[in-house]
Design a protein around this ligand. Sequence first.
Ligand code: FAD
Ligand code: NAP
Length: 313
Amino acid sequence: MSETRHTRLLIIGSGPAGYTAGVYGSRAMLNPILVQGIQPGGQLTITTEVENWPGRKEVQGPDLMVEMEEHARAAGTEIIADHISDLDLSKRPFVAKGDTGTTYTADAVILATGAQAKWLGLPSEEKFKGFGVSACATCDGFFYRGQEVVVVGGGNSAVEEALFLTNFASKVTLIHRRDELRSEKILQERLLKNPKIEPLWFNELVEVYGSENPMGVEGVRTKNVKTGEITDIPCKGVFIAIGHAPSSELVKDTLETHMGGYVVTKPDSTETSIPGVFAAGDLTDYKYRQAVTSAGMGCMAALEAERFLSAEE
Ligand code: FAD
Ligand code: NAP
């Protein structure tokens, strides 16, 4: 059903940034509407243990996000299951179109659309996506009980995915293009101590191969970046964990972006190049990309939106 809803503050995205903006926006009596998008709860819903959320030594990512949603709702945020497919920031009130047919008009907008997994861009990776190639060990690791798998990448995601996969797989090969991991030291230590994990340094994945009928991965081919040597690694699962790209499609032509699509904000602020439009979390943060920093930026965005709207009254 098509309807138009007006709100003082529209929050787009339901990760730590969006829900925190909801809590602060509600407490500032702005009666915010928060549109969740196709991944309610954001990136932490595809991980298991989160061990660096202050106050919780360990919490499951999906549980933490349910708690944040409940907190935002209890504070007074109206949370809507919809996805914004078009955003007009050329005049106020700003206009956002939802896939459900609802149009949202808003005096201020907080963009908290986060980031999405990156892929290598190989045709064979595309061919076997969903048939052995995945970007989410938490979602798909279970299918590889007793089998060999590979993980590509050298950051926190790759190391966590490799460690998680040892719960199921008989062997995990971590393919990394350098011989140094960029993940946290504590994770590196766990990885290097794990007898099921074998790192393959200075290698890039160049091809995924497998069977057509039934579709399934049988191995990967890697190339040594120094010597050019080709190695075949038999495996049933391929997990790509090479980082994330900001979800800035909605605003890439209207807001200033940099560093491959991250929305630019003013120094020490969440203000974007359009007054009344604020950006928080991984959408704008190419540097820290943590749940706690995203939540902090969500708080800043709501406080700044409140000041912006009060100054107008
Ligand atoms: P996200 O969590 O990316 O959420 C973005 C939201 O925007 C989603 O709800 C999505 O549905 C919504 N959205 C996108 N486009 C639209 C649209 N057009 N319309 C409406 N909604 C839209 N960080 C830590 O601090 N500790 C960890 O242990 C940790 N583990 C991680 C494990 C994994 C596997 C991954 C991938 C990340 C991990 N991170 C961790 C990083 C952390 O998840 C992110 O920094 C954080 O989730 C970013 O929050 P965000 O609110 O900016 O966006
Ligand atoms: P990341 O830190 O950007 O690491 C990406 C890794 O993939 C790097 O090792 C990079 O290699 C490699 N890579 C990138 N492009 C590649 C390509 N085309 N081919 C081969 N390898 C490639 O990404 P991330 O690990 O997803 O982490 C993203 C953010 O979320 C980080 O800020 C991270 O701290 C956070 N996060 C935190 C936790 C946690 O706190 N426990 C868990 C997960 C994620 P190089 O090293 O050579 O560049």
